[in-house]
Design a protein around this ligand. Structure first.
Ligand SMILES: C[S@@+](CC[C@H](N)C(=O)[O-])C[C@H]1O[C@@H](n2cnc3c(N)ncnc32)[C@H](O)[C@@H]1O
Length: 216
């Protein structure tokens, strides 16, 4: 989980009451730490939020860009109905192998699959599996604008598109950081999410901020 996620007593109450990880997700996170995966996954609040979105929208096909150790994917795959499918795209073979093992251990191998490689190389091969009902972008920030274009191409009316880390740890609007490619990418992504006439969008201020748009 992100180091950004320092909780107030109230936030800790909410986590304990509404959003607690179960033993399977706790084990996933503990083993991710033991195997040296970076602690940059979403938190349980966001996982639960993704579950609520999947269930309220009736999503059956989900695409995730950036799996890390499979934590967010596990939350989402658990919310899918029988026959539902999550496809995760992940750059690092080590992360993908860990994710596969964890999803299998959680009983999700029948509905969640990870594909290895740069997402921009993998995305063109997904045309036959589109449209997706929910697309969660959580990978390299400089490519977020391109991921949004692919997400829109692979959407239909009602598809929910999400991008994590809009705040960039509070640096998004810092005038001294605007030369950073990740911040430039995130700004272009946020501006496109806000202005694209195909979307109705907002930002949910969980943790580092999640941009969320619904395709009209
Ligand atoms: C923030 S982590 C994802 C966290 C995960 N969604 C979770 O919350 O459990 C970002 C992941 O994106 C992957 N990544 C970075 N660049 C990528 C690329 N070009 N294509 C696919 N994945 C990429 C990284 O290897 C890393 O595992």
């Amino acid at each position: 989980m992100s180091k950004l996620n320092v909780l107030s007593p109230y936030e800790q109450f909410l986590r304990d009451t509404f959003h607690a990880d179960d033993p399977g997700l706790q084990r996933l996170q503990a083993e991710a730490g033991q195997e040296g995966l970076p602690a940059i996954s979403i938190g349980p609040e966001q996982g639960k939020f993704l579950q609520v979105l999947i269930q309220t929208s009736g999503a059956t096909k989900v695409l995730e860009i950036g799996c890390l150790g499979g934590y967010s994917g596990a939350w989402m795959a658990r919310a899918l109905p029988a026959g539902g499918k999550l496809i995760g795209l992940e750059l690092e073979e080590k992360h993908a192998a860990f994710t596969r093992r964890q999803w299998a251990a959680l009983g999700l191998a029948d509905r969640a699959e990870v594909r290895v490689g740069p997402a921009l190389d993998s995305l063109p091969s997904l045309a036959d599996e589109a449209p997706f009902d929910l697309i969660f972008i959580d990978a390299d920030k400089n490519n977020y604008p391109a991921y949004l274009e692919w997400a829109l191409r692979y959407s239909k009316s009602g598809t929910i598109i999400l991008g994590d880390n809009v705040s960039m740890g509070g640096r998004l609007a810092d005038p001294d950081r605007q030369g950073n490619p990740g911040i430039q990418g995130m700004r272009r992504f946020a501006e496109a999410m806000a202005a694209d006439p195909r979307l109705v969008s907002t930002v949910v201020p969980y943790a580092d901020g999640i941009a969320m748009g619904v395709v009209k």
